[in-house]
Ligand binder design. Structure first.
Ligand code: CAA
Length: 291
């Protein structure tokens, strides 16, 4: 199936990154959010990130202008109905995603492929809330979307081969690489990454190391671009906790229990970079460890 027009639901850090890479690859993008401020902020972020690529000579100034020209925004979810592909990138809460699918389904064209950028929630269960489980898939981008090469493709139990092949081709056109995962809690990347981050928080909680020593040990000792606590702040501690809970509930194994210190940070509203405080305090430059 030929995809031309793409709808993106959610203008947060994942949604604006997804809109960015699709527009750059020549797709027409319609981005939706419930907040006009969020849509305006997303357009500013996309402009800045495209400019970064122009200044590093990764893309031309013309390519940037064309990409920006391909992105439009709407506050009305139903406007995404006539698109060929919809990517839901709203908050990582199942009730929010289910409500969005319920609202959009009556407006979708029969051929539209519906996907979720969920990082951990069951694709089969989300698909069952729609009228098109055979045209529903997990389409999981990594943050920052313009930089990260991987897209996870997750088939629900009912997803048909044509839908899978179409999305596989879309990933290639984006210049990215896909990894196919079965639909089990948190798929591949987060099944492995989140227990590592959670273990880093336990290492801090038990006093084995400080924030600085844990991050520097993993950066310099295993060549990770970011330490696990810095990465947790980058992803968002609420998202990390939500994914650990999906693993814990879905696999019913105590090895996935979220660290109480991670829960405490989230309860404090210290969610990482987006709230300017997490394992580091970003109100100062350079950021200062909070423990
Ligand atoms: N848009 C466009 N380009 C960007 C960008 C953005 N948002 N952010 C960074 N870049 C580009 C920079 O322009 C730079 O380009 P060049 O290589 O051409 O110079 C390059 O990326 C590196 O950026 P910086 O030099 O500014 O910074 P850095 O070297 O410290 O790299 C980083 C930043 C790419 C984020 C790097 O630290 C990194 O790879 N961190 C790990 C990220 C990661 O693991 N992401 C996955 C998270 S898990 C996930 O997303 C799944 C989930 O469901 C939770």
């Amino acid at each position: 199936m030929d995809i031309k027009k793409v709808g993106v639901i959610g203008a947060g850090q994942m949604g604006n990154g997804i809109a960015h890479v699709f527009a750059l690859a020549g797709y027409d993008v319609l981005m939706n959010d419930i907040s006009r401020e969020a849509l305006d902020a997303a357009l500013t972020v996309i402009d800045t990130n495209l400019e970064r690529q122009v200044s590093r000579e990764k893309i031309s100034a013309d390519a940037k202008a064309e990409a920006l020209g391909r992105i439009s925004t709407t506050l009305t979810l139903a406007d995404l109905g006539p698109t060929d592909l919809v990517i839901e990138a709203a908050t990582e809460r199942e009730t929010v995603k289910a409500a969005i699918f319920e609202d959009i389904v009556p407006h979708l064209a029969p051929h539209t492929i519906l996907t979720s950028n969920t990082s951990s929630i069951s694709i089969t269960r989300l698909a069952s809330r729609t009228d098109r489980p055979e045209k529903f898939m997990g389409f999981h981008f990594m943050n920052p979307v313009p930089v990260m090469q991987l897209v996870e493709l997750i088939r629900g139990i009912a997803t048909d081969e044509a839908t899978y092949k179409t999305l596989h081709g879309v990933v290639e056109r984006l210049g990215k690489t896909s990894a196919t995962a079965e639909d089990f809690p948190a798929f591949i990347v987060n099944r492995i990454l989140m227990p590592m981050i959670n273990e880093a928080v336990y290492t801090l909680y038990e006093g084995v190391g400080s924030v600085a020593s844990i991050d520097s040990a993993m950066k310099l000792g295993t060549n990770h671009p970011m330490g696990p606590l810095e990465l947790a702040d980058f992803i968002g501690l609420d998202t990390c906790l939500a994914i650990m809970n999906v693993l814990h509930d879905g696999l019913a194994d105590t090895k996935y229990r979220p660290c109480p210190l991670l829960t405490k940070y989230v309860e404090a509203g210290w969610l990482g970079r987006k709230t300017e405080r997490g394992f580091y305090d970003y109100r100062q430059d350079p950021p200062v460890p909070t423990r």
